[in-house]
Write a protein that binds this ligand. Structure first.
Ligand SMILES: Cc1cc2nc3c(=O)[nH]c(=O)nc-3n(C[C@H](O)[C@H](O)[C@H](O)COP(=O)(O)O)c2cc1C
Length: 350
């Protein structure tokens, strides 16, 4: 039976419980889908990757199922968001599926077991060649000093990660997105430990004003502690959700961040702006609404070096990554592009 049929049959179960089941099936190494595509191999930050498609933050917040995630065919994995102390997150229900659009609205609020548990799990992971791992860090909701939270997490995580993502863009932690402001992001980055630095990315929101986006691009260009931008987190806007819900499992005005296909166009618009302002001098990781190889092709041609996805994995299941990679590899051949790196920023339209 296909994953889509199974997921329709169990759709009455709470999304967070289904996520728990999926994560645990990955821990048990149920799926082995890995396949190499010559034309998708890429290099970033001095590491070679089997392909440029990664798992976005939020799926494995506690670094529990890393090997199982790589089994799905991902070229890299971003773990977290992890905070210094464990925290429960917002009250349930807080994840809402929007089946009509294969989208999700959620307001989890960095529920996670804290950095101590995270590192314990990460130490157990047997790293193989080409396993590129990012750690996404965030502040505790009740933190008295946000900058200290990031500095502490960075200092610990850098010994285990290939790159670190500074998450200042989740809409579900009050005040977090203010850290994207010029003076705050400068202060935050200044406070990071500089010894044995790791490639560092800042994850931005799709809801930034034009000026704020320009500022953050300029800061990233000027500050040699920042190597790239992850574009983007979920949106508090509600693009394309124009119809009335067919199912009453969600409301248009449900608070939280929207992800999945309705985010794609807004996300691509931001990627375009970031690329035109930074002109290949920064690494751009594109994330928002990817559900096919064509979507990946589009983002890389707009200027991304790497891409990530999350929501489509919920709807399409364990075969998704291999389907995407096969389609992407075929599209490159069709357009006579020898390697995925040659697609970056070409603006080729499909
Ligand atoms: C259930 C869920 C939880 C998420 N948790 C996090 C998180 O902890 N940290 C983070 O930076 N982004 C988080 N995100 C955002 C994703 O990493 C990604 O930026 C966003 O969902 C857009 O990609 P997508 O459309 O492929 O899902 C979460 C997304 C979802 C759907």
């Amino acid at each position: 039976m296909s994953y889509r049929i199974i997921s329709k049959l169990v759709d009455f179960l709470p999304p967070e419980f289904l996520h728990f089941l999926f994560l645990n099936s990955l821990k048990l190494r149920f799926f082995k889908k890995k396949k190499r595509f010559e034309n998708l191999q890429t290099n970033v930050c001095g590491m070679s990757l089997d392909n440029p498609v990664g798992l976005a933050a939020g799926f494995d917040k506690n670094a529990e199922a890393i090997s199982g995630i790589f089994d799905l065919g991902f070229g890299f994995v971003e773990l977290g968001t992890v905070t210094p102390m464990p925290q429960k997150g917002n009250a349930k229900p807080r994840v809402f599926k929007i089946p009509e659009f294969e989208a999700v609205i959620q307001r989890l609020g960095f529920n996670n077991l804290g950095i101590e548990n995270f590192v314990r799990n990460l130490k157990k992971f047997k790293k193989k060649k080409n396993n590129f791992i990012g750690v996404n860090i965030g502040k505790n909701k009740n933190s008295s000093n946000s900058f200290e939270d990031y500095s502490l997490l960075y200092g610990i995580a850098k010994d285990y990660a290939d790159y670190i993502t500074i998450n200042v863009s989740s809409p579900n932690t009050p005040g977090l997105r203010d850290l994207q402001k010029k003076e705050n992001i400068n202060e935050l980055v200044k406070n990071l430990p500089s010894k044995k630095k790791k490639p560092t990315f800042v994850k931005i929101s799709p809801d930034l004003e034009e000026k704020e986006l320009d500022d953050i691009c300029d800061i990233a260009l000027e500050n040699n502690k920042i190597d790239g931008l992850i574009v983007t987190n979920t949106t508090i806007s509600r693009p394309l959700l124009t119809t009335r819900p067919i199912k009453n499992s969600w409301k248009v005005d449900e608070a939280g961040g929207l992800s999945g296909p309705p985010l794609r166009k807004l996300n691509n618009k931001i990627i375009k702006k970031v690329y035109s302002r930074t002109k290949g001098k920064l690494i751009i990781v594109g994330v928002g609404g990817i559900s096919s190889g064509k979507d990946v092709f589009e983002k890389i041609s707009l200027g991304c070096n790497l891409v990530q996805l999350y929501t489509s994995l919920i709807y399409q299941g364990p075969n998704l990554v291999l389907d995407i990679l096969s389609e992407l590899s075929y599209l490159l051949e069709k357009h006579k592009i020898e390697n995925i790196n040659n697609l970056i920023g070409t603006n080729i339209k499909l």
